[in-house]
Every structure is written in C-alpha cells, then in structure tokens.
Design a protein. Structure first.
Length: 120
C-alpha cells in the first residue's frame, strides 16, 4: 500500500487527536493502521492492542509521550518507516537522534495541520 500510515497511541475516544487523525487520514483516502491500548474501530480502521509485524509503513505518527515511546524505539526502527511524525506533546530529541542513526526521517509537526495544508 502506498503512503501507509501507522498511528501509534490510537484512541477510541473521539475527542483524542489520534482518533481525529485517523478520521482525517481516511477522509483523504489514505491507508491507515492503528496501534493503541484497547482494540476497537475508528471508521474502517481496526485498532490493534499488540505490536504487529506491519510491512510497507511509509509514516509512523506518534501520539505517545516521550516516556511511553521508549518501549517502541526498537519496534518502530524494525518497521523501517520512511518518516516518524512527532505530534505536539510527543517531541523527543533522544528518539529523533536514534531515528537519524537508523536513516529514518523525523518531523516535529502536527499530523492534522499537515493534512489540512496538503503537506502530508
């Protein structure tokens, strides 16, 4: 799948930014996978509650605070995404450095803003 996005920190709560991001990505007809604490669905996107061996991930968009990201470092690197987006509140310079060392681009930005300005 082209431009496949993995949302990490996905929530079933419609007021959470990760939930809104899934909806906006799907509005733009972009393929989405989601990983969160609870299984469920947002539109046609199933949220997995365990790390999966996904392939062909273009973008990982993070909705986890820096402390919670630590357990995902190796997992995300293993997925070999082209880029990782650090949404507001998820900025983590340590992880940015690790990503760079693994030739993975990172962007400190807001997925919702990138989508609304056609920069995604």
């Amino acid at each position: 799948m082209k431009n496949l996005t993995l949302v990490i920190g996905a929530s079933l709560n419609p007021n959470r930014y990760s939930n809104i991001a899934i909806k906006r990505l799907r509005d733009k007809k972009l393929p989405v996978l989601a990983l969160g604490l609870k299984k469920g669905k947002v539109l046609d996107v199933s949220i997995d509650d365990e790390k999966q061996d996904y392939s062909n991930i273009d973008t990982v968009t993070l909705y986890l605070n820096p402390k919670r990201q630590e357990e995902y470092y190796n997992y995300i690197i293993g997925l070999k995404p082209k880029r990782v987006i650090f949404n507001p509140g998820t900025e983590n310079m340590e992880f940015v450095k690790v990503l760079k060392e693994n030739n993975i681009e990172s962007e400190i930005a807001c997925t919702l803003v990138l989508l609304s300005t056609n920069q995604y």
